[in-house]
Design a protein. Sequence first.
Length: 146
Amino acid sequence: MIELDPGYLDAYINRAGLLAGYERDEEARADVETGLRLAPENPYLLTVLGQLETAAGRYAEAEVALARALERAPDLVSAWASRGALRYATGDLEGAVGDLTHAIALHPQPDLYANRAIALRALGRRAEAEADDHRAAGAADGTIGV
């Protein structure tokens, strides 16, 4: 394991995000908590906290963390995408589509289209879902613009 400079906030942000991505949630949470002691309102750390709370099924806590992140950084794509995932997990499919649409408007990415397609399909909006699947596949292989 690498040693971090105890005062270097970006190291905690980056490592927490990586650890969460590898589903090493306990370790990610430790970095988030340490980072939030250094910068209690850091939107990147709040976003990772929201992701961790969603993964743990603590949806109310996830909502609070992601709302705080978006208050501080309204253009943070990962916060919008994470809130979309939270809304999908709680059955708010329209909310999930809305948040993912907002994230796509900020910065189109294949995974955002793919996730929105899932929510659209769950709503029975198959044509829109297929269009997003096509955008996701084309963007991922570079054959079409997003």
